[in-house]
Design a protein around this ligand. Sequence first.
Ligand SMILES: Cc1cc2nc3c(=O)[nH]c(=O)nc-3n(C[C@H](O)[C@H](O)[C@H](O)COP(=O)(O)OP(=O)(O)OC[C@H]3O[C@@H](n4cnc5c(N)ncnc54)[C@H](O)[C@@H]3O)c2cc1C
Length: 413
Amino acid sequence: MRHVIIGSSAAGIAAAAEIRKHQKDAVIVMISKDEHVHSRCMLHKYISHERDVKGLDFTEENFFENQKVDYIQNEVISVLEDEKCVLLRSGEQIPYDKLLIASGAGSFIPPIGDLRTADNVFGMRNLSDAQAIDKMADSAQNVLVIGAGLAGMDAAYAMLERGKKVTVLEMSHRILPVQLDAHSAEVYQRKFESKGTIFYLGRRLEKTISGTGGQICRVVLDTGENIDCDVIIVAAGVRPTIDFLDKSKVEAGRGILVDACLQTNIRDIYAAGDVTGLSGIWPNAVKQGTVAARNMCGIAEKYTDTFNEKNMMNFFGIVTLYLGQICTRKDEVVLTEEDRNVYRRVSIREGKVTGVLLQGDISNAGVWQYLIKNEIDISHIKKNIFQISYADFFSVKADGEYRWKCEGQNFKF
Ligand SMILES: Cc1cc2nc3c(=O)[nH]c(=O)nc-3n(C[C@H](O)[C@H](O)[C@H](O)COP(=O)(O)OP(=O)(O)OC[C@H]3O[C@@H](n4cnc5c(N)ncnc54)[C@H](O)[C@@H]3O)c2cc1C
């Protein structure tokens, strides 16, 4: 069997390792534009000089040799499904029996003013972006970050660490609007402000003003306000990387369309990770890569994930973990608890926990994860919900085995 994987990031690497587990003799070929395997989540650490290129590599030592994966550094420019091969920029054709598309997503640069053409504007997606930002940061003083999501705040944090004057522009009225609620976002915003960051929230970029040499030196907002800048980092969303499928029959909408087993509309072609548009976070890309790989090996498995979000962030030593859904629906009850530097927030629907946010102390995270994943009804718990523990759900049998306290409820380990 000959497996070809496009992409060498979270989904692609997880898929290669999983295929090797099940098929010792299969040929695995990985094609990637990346010169070095790297974690996108760590790019800010490269910019702040905390890690070098090697430090961004998330694979185990000698991964490609040990897993017998042939790595081709090149760009796929077309998928020729009738011939069952992919065409590379170099002109070479690489045949496959099973193909996994794990080509991820790319930065979206809005078509405003000179944003797409100026040479001091960068996305924040690939190592090459981080390398370009790093180089530019040597001479730049005023850094404008557009977008206050995770990638944007990572970039802002890295630039603060480099001693730059950082300004953040965000359309939403608060930072990290997808990941956090208003309270926890404000905790971080205040910290950033105390280090000199200026925020323009609830505003849009309207036009750019370029100086000599093709660089933007100032932007104008919809409010008429002006911001001077030497470098602009755009972290205003991503788009799935599917341009090389233009002439193929693989169907895509806001991402490549897949069935429950992550197979596309074309037999033997699978997709996993950010390119499917099912999720935009690392753990889910890994899980999709793993599930797709099993199906490619003939082990039928469906992709399911109760968590549409599960993530952690850490700015200025304040750690935050969020699980499940943070944007609350009208039929949900939200409970919060605040104690000095610790903040906890739980949303509950029909007796079941749908989302949890823990800031400052994440020590009880395992219990919350368990409750969400197993959709456990907690309506019988009468005590303060923030003091909930495994002991509320289990008793221990004489032989030491855990026993479920609530009869009639199904649960999974
Ligand atoms: C700055 C930043 C911070 C982030 N922080 C977090 C975080 O804290 N937590 C979290 O969970 N997630 C985070 N994410 C998101 C996370 O990085 C992504 O969900 C994850 O990288 C998706 O993995 P993927 O394998 O689907 O695709 P990607 O990581 O996008 O990789 C795509 C791969 O495909 C290759 N490729 C693309 N097109 C082609 C082509 N035509 N030919 C050959 N190769 C191609 C690329 O070179 C690359 O190897 C962050 C992302 C960024 C950018």
